[in-house]
Design a binder for this molecule. Structure first.
Ligand code: XLS
Ligand code: NI
Ligand code: NI
Length: 437
C-alpha cells in the first residue's frame, strides 16, 4: 500500500526547474571533489520526527495528519515501517535512524516490549534487504518514560539503572541485527536540576560504567559499530552532562573512553550551547572525534531546540566546509533531526521539508568545495600565521623555545607590528563563493 499516494519519485531537475517536488541542487551522482554528493552527504531520515511526531507542543495537541492515523499499537508500528521505506525510496534517502520506542510500542512488561521490537526489527530487516536502505544509527529512548524522571545512566535509583542497561543491551542487539553503522547516546535525562539533591561524582562515574558495559557487550556479540555521543547543553535537564563537544571529550578522556567514541553533533544543540555548528565540528575534528551530524537549525530568537529543517545556505556552507576539511564524515552521515512546523501538518510538507534540507546541504557542499578549491580561506589563514613558520615562531612550534630564550628575543626585538585580520574582506569572499554556486 502506498502511504504517500499523491507524491511520486523526487528527482533532480536542476536550478531552472520550478517544480517544488524536485531537487534543484541535490544531484546524487554529481561528483564534487572526487566523490558523489550521495557519498559525501549520506542523508538520513529521523524516524521520530517524520513518522512519530504529531506537531504537539506544550500548549496544544498534535495537528499532523498522517496516513496511519486511524491505526493503533502494532498495526500503526507496521504501517510506519512501510511508510518509511516508501518515503526513503521516493526521496532517494539512503539511511534512516531511530530510537527503540519510535519503531515499536512499549508493552506491559519488558518481555512484551522486546517481543514487539522483535516483530518490527524482522520487518525492517526484510525491507532493508529488498531496498538496500541502511541504518545510519539507532539509539535507546531512555528519557520519555516516567521511570527515567531522575535519569537513566545517571539515575539515583539502581533499579532504573538496571532497566536502562537492559534497554541498551536490546538496542545493541537490534543495531547488530540491522547492521547499524553507528550507535548513538543522547542523554536526555543525563543531567540534573539542582546540586542540592545530586551526587554528581557518582552520577558521572555510573554513566561511564554504562558506556563501558556497552563497549564490552558490543565486542561480545561481534557488533562492529562506531559509538557516538550527542552533546546538548540543556533540555530536558537544566544541566546536561554532555554540554558540548569540548565537555564531552573531557568526560571521555577522564574515563579513558575516548578511543571508543566519536561525536554526533547537532546544529541546534550548538546554538543552545552558545556556539556555532562549525565551532562544534572544528572542536571534534581537531580532536579526532567527528562522527556524524544531526542536521537542523535553531531559531536565534527562541531559546529552545526548535529542530527546524536546515535552509540557511550560509550555515550549510560553513558546516560542509568543516566536514570537508576534516576529511568527511566517514561512517557518519547527515541525519535530518528536524521536524516540520506545527502549521505544516500535511504529509506533503514532509517532502518539502526534506527537499529543502537536501538542497540546502547540496548547495553548502558545492560552496564549500569552491572555498577549498580556490584556497579562499586557507590562503588567508596560512598568511596570518606565517610568523610561526620561520625564525622565533618556528622555534616555538618545534618546542625549542623557553621562557628565557623568548625573553632574550623580546628584549632585542624591534617594535612589534600586527597586521589586519581582514575579516570583512574574507566575509565578502565567502559570500562570493556562496552566491557563485
Ligand atoms: C534531542 C536529540 C535527539 C537525539 C536522539 O534533542 O537531538 O533527537 O538526536 O536521541
Ligand atoms: Ni539529535
Ligand atoms: Ni535535538
Amino acid at each position: 500500500m502506498a502511504y504517500f499516494k499523491n507524491i511520486g519519485k523526487i528527482v533532480y531537475e536542476g536550478r531552472e526547474s520550478d517544480n517544488p517536488l524536485a531537487f534543484k541542487h541535490y544531484n546524487p551522482q554529481e561528483v564534487v571533489l572526487g566523490k558523489t554528493m550521495e557519498e559525501h552527504l549520506r542523508f538520513a531520515v529521523a524516524y521520530w520526527h517524520t513518522y512519530v511526531g504529531d506537531g504537539s507542543d506544550p500548549f496544544g495537541i498534535g495537528t499532523a495528519i498522517r496516513p496511519w492515523d486511524s491505526l493503533t499499537g502494532m498495526d500503526k508500528a507496521k504501517a510506519r515501517v512501510e511508510a518509511n521505506f516508501e518515503f526513503m525510496e521516493k526521496l532517494g534517502l539512503p539511511f534512516f535512524c531511530f530510537h527503540d520506542r519510535d519503531i515499536a510500542p512499549e508493552g506491559e512488561t519488558l518481555q512484551e516490549t522486546n517481543a514487539n521490537l522483535d516483530v518490527i526489527v524482522a520487518l525492517l530487516k526484510d525491507h532493508m534487504r529488498s531496498t538496500g536502505k541502511k541504518l545510519l544509527w539507532n539509539t535507546a529512548n531512555m528519557f520519555t518514560h516516567p521511570r527515567y524522571t531522575h535519569g537513566a545512566g545517571t539515575t539515583c535509583n539502581a533499579d532504573v539503572y538496571a532497566y536502562a542497561a537492559a534497554q541498551l543491551k536490546k538496542s545493541l542487539e537490534i543495531g547488530k541485527e540491522l547492521g547499524a553503522e553507528n550507535y548513538v547516546f543522547w542523554g536526555g535525562r543525563e543531567g540534573y536540576e539542582s546540586l542540592l539533591n545530586t551526587d554528581m561524582a557518582l552520577e558521572l562515574d555510573n554513566l561511564a560504567r554504562l558506556y563501558r558495559m556497552a563497549i564490552d557487550y558490543a565486542k561480545e556479540i561481534g557488533f562492529d559499530v562506531q559509538f557516538l555521543i550527542e552533546p546538548k547543553p540543556k533540555e530536558p535537564t537544566k544541566h546536561q552532562y554532555d554540554f558540548d563537544a569540548a565537555t564531552t571529550i573531557a568526560f571521555l578522556r577522564k574515563y579513558e573512553l575516548e578511543n571508543h567514541f566519536k561525536l554526533n553533533l547537532e546544529a541546534n544543540h550548538a546554538t543552545l550551547a552558545g556556539h556555532t555548528f562549525e565551532h562544534e565540528i572544528r572542536v571534534a575534528a581537531i580532536n579526532g572525534m567527528l562522527g556524524s551530524l544531526d542536521a537542523n537549525q535553531g531559531d536565534l530568537l527562541l531559546g529552545w531546540d526548535t529542530d527546524e529543517f536546515p535552509t540557511d545556505l550560509y550555515a550549510t556552507t560553513l558546516t560542509m566546509y568543516e566536514v570537508l576539511k576534516a576529511g568527511g564524515l566517514g561512517r557518519g552521515g547527515v541525519n535530518f533531526d528536524a521536524k516540520v512546523r506545527r502549521g505544516s501538518f500535511e504529509p506533503e510538507d514532509l517532502f518539502h521539508a526534506h527537499i529543502a534540507g537536501m538542497d540546502a546541504y547540496a548547495w553548502g557542499l558545492k560552496a564549500a568545495a569552491r572555498l577549498i578549491e580556490g584556497k579562499v580561506l586557507d590562503a588567508f589563514v596560512e598568511e596570518r600565521y606565517r610568523s610561526f613558520r620561520e625564525g622565533i615562531g618556528a622555534d616555538i612550534v618545534a618546542g625549542r623555545a623557553t621562557l628565557a630564550s623568548l625573553e632574550q628575543y623580546a628584549l632585542q626585538n624591534k617594535p612589534i607590528r600586527n597586521e589586519s585580520g581582514r575579516l570583512e574582506r574574507i566575509r565578502a569572499a565567502l559570500n562570493e563563493a556562496i552566491f557563485g554556486v
